[in-house]
Write a protein that binds this ligand. Structure first.
Ligand code: 5MM
Length: 335
């Protein structure tokens, strides 16, 4: 398939992406939360549970994997990638190597992973990956950050990654995440997200990335977790998010797949739904959730093989409700 076709398939109506690419430290934190030791076997068992969920392909177009997972086999010896492919779910891979402090910019970070990336992408392609993901982290919990220097350094890395992906026939998902950490208002999130996206699209165009062959994975425009005014309504979030994206995201991009970023599972669904109730839009608005798709499944599974059906039911429910939210057809009464 051409990268343009893969990108469109990932945002087909009613479908979105499962981000299951937690690195070692992050999956340990998630497993700590349910009192489960993070061993290679438990990580395999957990992800196998998700990937074997019956009917998941109705609402899940693709799964972002971590390096360990793309090489792992299910308990019966079947490669986990094959479980997905047999259901018509597209395997993807996280290729960034995490964040490091940005030189000369206290409190700011840049994402690493460009060295040798072309060769790694070629190997991942052989292992079955058709799309990739790279996440930049933009912290705004301070008056003077983010600096333009930080935004531009991250945009340059995202664009270089995206260009390498397209060279290897892999769809790049570009993820500039403006964090929800802090007490900032929705207007401040709007201002920073606007700046981050302007910087990103300028870099993507400079590096000749074909916009119709990539997907954007951003935060919604939303107040900080500690904002004195509390949570904004789905309607307020939808209004600010759409206004921001209409201003700076070219219509050539086929899809915008949100991260959940610390929203609860129900909030993330309600907010996506509110955005799509205000459609039609120039792009498909869908999801690429990690925590908002997995939190109830983790709680139901609790690390035990006895709870696999309960874990799968919890995952299937979130996938279905988010699938409905891609067309504005969700309602809170379905919870
Ligand atoms: C699933 O979490 C992803 C990997 O995180 P680490 O590299 O920190 O281990 C993360 O990139 C994720 O894809 C996005 O942040 C979206 O996930 P959420 O949980 O915010 O929806």
């Amino acid at each position: 398939m051409r990268i343009q076709d893969v990108a469109r398939a990932l945002v087909a109506p009613g479908k979105g992406i499962l981000a299951a690419d937690e690195s070692g430290g992050t999956i340990k934190k998630r497993f700590d939360g349910i009192g489960t030791e993070s061993t290679e076997d438990r990580r395999r068992a957990y992800r196998e549970m998700l990937f074997r969920t019956k009917g998941a392909a109705e609402n899940i177009s693709g799964v972002i994997l971590f390096d360990e997972t793309i090489r792992q086999n299910a308990a019966d010896g079947t490669p986990l990638v094959k479980l997905l492919q047999d259901e018509g779910i597209i395997p993807g891979i996280k290729v960034d190597k995490g964040i490091v402090g940005l030189h000369g910019a206290a409190g700011e970070s840049v994402t690493e992973g460009l060295d040798g990336l072309g060769a790694r992408l070629a190997e991942y392609r052989e292992l079955g990956a058709q799309f990739a993901k790279w996440r930049a982290v933009i912290d705004i919990a301070g008056d003077d950050i983010p600096s333009d220097y930080c935004l531009d350094a991250n945009s340059a890395a995202l664009a270089r990654y995206a260009a390498l992906c397209q060279q290897e026939g892999i769809v790049p998902i570009v993820e500039p995440e403006v964090l929800m950490d802090g007490s900032h208002s929705i207007e401040r999130c709007f201002e920073v997200t606007h700046r981050a996206l302007r910087s990103l699209f300028s870099a993507l165009l400079d590096q000749r990335v074909a916009l119709d062959g990539c997907l954007l994975k951003p935060n919604m425009v939303i107040p900080g977790k500690l904002h004195a005014g509390g949570r904004a309504t789905p309607d307020a979030i939808a209004e600010a998010t759409i206004r921001c994206f209409r201003d700076v995201v070219p219509a050539a991009v086929p899809g915008i797949v949100f991260l959940s970023g610390g929203q609860s599972d129900e909030e993330a669904t309600a907010n996506l739904d509110a955005i799509n109730k205000r459609g039609p839009h120039p792009w498909a608005f869908s999801f690429s959730y990690g925590r908002a798709l997995q939190a109830p499944a983790l709680k139901a599974w609790l690390g035990s093989d006895d709870n696999i059906e309960a874990g799968q039911a919890a995952f299937a429910k979130r996938a279905k409700l988010n699938g409905l939210a891609t067309s504005g057809a969700y309602s809170a009464s379905m919870e």
